[in-house]
Design a protein around this ligand. Structure first.
Ligand SMILES: [Zn+2]
Ligand SMILES: [Zn+2]
Length: 297
């Protein structure tokens, strides 16, 4: 029958499977055929409820199918007969595409549909799930990506500094802001190293000077052992290490970008400082390895 549907009736395999399922159900429950002929229900609705409808409960399901949308009917069917859960899975399908398999909660699915709807209105054309996810992720990362946060913080500090520098120039026309003068045109007081530079985690002179002056102001050499790192220092570490684990093995750098910790190369307990050159981003696994002494970065 399947072969006949595909070859002689030129149905797709999916259509053939759908029609065969429906015709078998109609033979089992003749009332379905009557409802189809009266156009009270559609073939696709019969297929949807084929796994749950029986001679005993037919009137109940038929009534539900007549008054429900496809989506509501499907939901009612899956409440009775859930499909096996799907594990989140990313599979590379081509040079530039990945197939994502995931189970979404209904609320999440509705949110995604809403994003698609808004994008359709904004762009006035068809919008794919890929485009909707791209927009949503971009917005989230813009706000919460530690590297972007660090970049924003640096820009803010530079603006603050150039503002102060401007005031300074007005007051002392012959003097330059001493904090900016050594930054060789980088335009600010924060000399934050950029992408993938210092594999040896050398801190910038700017920040060394900065944390030293911080310590001097407090009149102590070190922070108390438990005091947290400042947001500024964290931003600098994230930016220098570009949000990626700094662990190296055989010349290859670990590529993990999630669950990263800031590690003190020389522990604070042994006098290690919070200066940039003593800090490094490590993923959880390599952080543990380093502390267990099994490996060195
Ligand atoms: Zn550590
Ligand atoms: Zn790692």
């Amino acid at each position: 029958l399947f072969q006949f549907c595909v070859e002689s009736l030129q149905l797709t395999e999916h259509q053939a499977y759908q029609y065969i399922t429906v015709s078998r159900k109609c033979t089992e429950i003749p009332e379905l055929m009557v409802a189809l002929e009266d156009r009270r229900i559609t073939v696709s609705k019969v297929r949807k409820m084929s796994s749950v409808i029986s001679a005993e409960n037919q009137s109940e399901w038929l009534a539900l199918a007549e008054r429900s949308s496809q989506k509501d009917l499907e939901r009612a069917v899956r409440a009775k007969d859930p499909l096996p859960p799907v594990r989140d899975h990313f599979q590379i399908t081509s040079a530039d595409e990945v197939k994502l398999q995931a189970c979404l909660k209904h609320e999440v699915s509705e949110k995604l549909q809403k994003v698609i709807g808004l994008l359709v209105e904004k762009r006035g054309g068809k919008v794919s799930v890929n485009e909707a996810l791209d927009e949503a992720c971009e917005l989230y990362l813009e706000k919460f990506d530690p590297i972007k946060k660090a970049e924003r913080a640096v820009v803010k500090m530079r603006q603050k500094c150039s503002h102060k520098l401007g005031e300074n120039r007005v007051r002392h026309a012959d003097k330059e802001c001493p904090r900016s003068s050594k930054n060789h045109g980088r335009g600010g007081c924060e000399n934050v190293p950029t992408s993938g530079v210092d594999n040896n985690a050398q801190g910038s002179r700017g920040s060394e000077r900065d944390s030293t002056s911080q310590s001097n102001k407090r009149g102590t050499k070190m922070r108390p052992a438990r005091s947290p790192l400042s947001a500024k220092t964290k931003h600098q570490v994230w930016l220098r290490d570009q949000g990626r684990c700094r662990y190296h093995r055989q010349g290859l750098r670990c590529d993990r970008t999630r669950f990263l910790h800031i590690h003190h190369r020389k522990p604070r307990a042994l006098g290690g400082s919070d200066r940039l050159e003593n800090l490094v981003l490590l993923c959880g696994e390599h952080h543990r390895a380093v502390h267990e002494g099994a490996d060195r970065r």
